[in-house]
Write a protein that binds this ligand. Structure first.
Ligand code: SAH
Length: 430
């Protein structure tokens, strides 16, 4: 269990009282006009500080723009284009909050965005069997660079950009009141943790409001009992984005031996078990994740009563090769690796890694078995991913019959090209 401290958002710097006036180069201007939420450093022609003495808000003494300052973007003819938040630390220099018309950056705007986000997720917030889901998915919910996940009556913010630091004093109470959260925890992305301006407590996860609790946070997903460990875990402690794919797997696991590769804390494993899998093997390189998978089985004894579960810790590629060599065969293989392409230069390598995993999965699949393979690399397009998996199968002299190609669930809306990261294939091997 990680030790976290409290951070009173009121101690954070105030946003600057005067906005920045920003002008762009033509391609960036076109992108913003088309609704893109990012303005890159290279797209910026000029940044003007309006009416500042230089001692307000995040702005440094020398009057430079600070993280989270409001940026009002104008076109070449000085017509209003968009309003966003300025980030001096990132190549994504501005994240747009509102396109096409001015908006006052502050509590009311944030509350409206949260309300809209909850409305969009009515199918989840009305479902008493699913109490863990994403409430805010950054750009997809008009709060760029900000994530808010709900685990029962606890809430976890994750900041992917320092633009949110001066606005937490308004965002946190709005979220707490709307979600009626007993605890609001704050986390930051790895990049942000390395920034000088990140308050020290947030680097390790800090309580922003309410009860001093840092997890585990219990919740239900489709009436299965899980626990999120926000501080030690990945993302905010659970891969909420795979819920629909796990649901799709459940009825297809009856009577099968299931191999869940890159299992993390066993999300797919539990659904397979409830679906009546004879045996489930969870494979991951992380010991703590596998121990949590075992804990999830203990929490769901009744749902998993027909299933023998075991874990294998180590490198997935190596373990799959060993299983194949040992003659082990499975009716279902789930392959859900981490993002292999963080940069454009890694796309080809990522596609090759997906292909290798497909070939390894084929080697342990029974004839007629089900392959469930996912990619969470936003740089790899859905067409390239599905195409590469099919080609790998064809190269092995086999064929694959697609059952489903899935994308983003309702609580992870993808509204711009770079936002589309998740794709998953359900296919039978012939
Ligand atoms: N399917 C999971 C999420 C998987 S995230 C779920 O539904 O919750 C990716 C997982 O891959 C992480 O748990 C990470 O520990 C694991 N991982 C990364 N590289 C690995 C490797 N080479 N071998 C085995 N596991 C690996």
């Amino acid at each position: 269990m990680g030790s976290s401290s409290a951070l009173d958002p009121d101690t954070l710097p105030h946003p600057a009282s005067h906005p920045l006036a920003v002008r762009l180069h033509p391609p960036a201007e076109r992108a913003v006009r088309d609704g893109h939420p990012w303005v890159f450093e290279t797209g910026i022609r000029s940044v003007e500080l309006t009416g500042r003495t230089g001692d307000q808000g995040q702005s440094e003494e020398n009057g430079r723009p600070g993280a989270g300052d409001t940026a009002v973007i104008f076109d070449r003819k000085d017509r209003f284009l968009a309003v966003g938040l300025f980030d001096p630390t990132s190549p994504i220099r501005i994240r747009v909050l509102n396109h096409g018309e001015p908006a006052q950056v502050g509590a009311e705007l944030f509350r409206n965005r949260l309300t809209q986000a909850l409305r969009r997720r009515a199918s989840l917030s009305d479902d008493s069997q699913t109490t863990g889901y994403r409430v805010v998915h950054g750009e997809g919910d008009g709060l760029p660079g900000l994530v808010l996940d709900r685990y029962g009556d606890q809430a976890v913010f994750k900041l992917y950009s320092p633009i949110w630091l001066p606005h937490l004093r308004e965002v946190v109470p709005a979220a707490r009141d709307l979600l009626r959260s007993s605890t609001v925890l704050g986390l930051v992305s790895r990049n942000l943790a390395d920034e000088r301006l990140c308050p020290a407590p947030l680097r390790r996860g800090a309580v922003l409001s309410g009860k001093n609790a840092t997890g585990p946070f219990p919740f239900l997903e489709s009436d299965l009992r899980f626990e999120a460990h926000p501080v030690e875990g990945h993302k905010t402690g659970f891969y909420l984005d795979q819920r629909d794919n796990r649901r799709r797997l459940e009825p297809r696991a009856r009577g099968a031996r299931v191999l869940n590769v890159f299992s993390y804390t066993g999300g797919f494993s539990l659904y397979a078990a409830r679906g009546g899998a004879r045996e489930v093997i969870s494979v991951d390189q992380s010991g703590p994740a596998l121990r949590q998978a075992e804990r999830h089985f203990e929490l769901n004894v009744q749902a998993a009563r027909d299933t023998r579960h075991r874990t294998m810790e180590g490198d997935a590629f190596h373990i799959m090769r060993e299983l194949a060599a040992g003659g082990e065969r499975f009716g279902v293989v789930v392959v859900d690796p981490p993002s292999f392409a963080k940069e454009a230069s890694q796309i080809d390598g990522a596609l090759e890694a997906y292909a290798r995993l497909t070939i390894l999965a084929l080697a342990v699949l029974e004839p007629g078995g089900l392959l469930v393979q996912a990619s969470c690399s936003s740089r790899v397009s859905a067409d390239d991913f599905f195409g590469r998996v099919h080609r790998a199968v064809a190269d092995g002299g086999r064929s694959l019959v697609d059952q489903h190609r899935t994308g983003h669930p309702v609580d992870h809306p993808a509204t711009f090209p770079e936002g589309h990261y998740l794709k998953c294939l359900f296919a039978r091997i012939e």
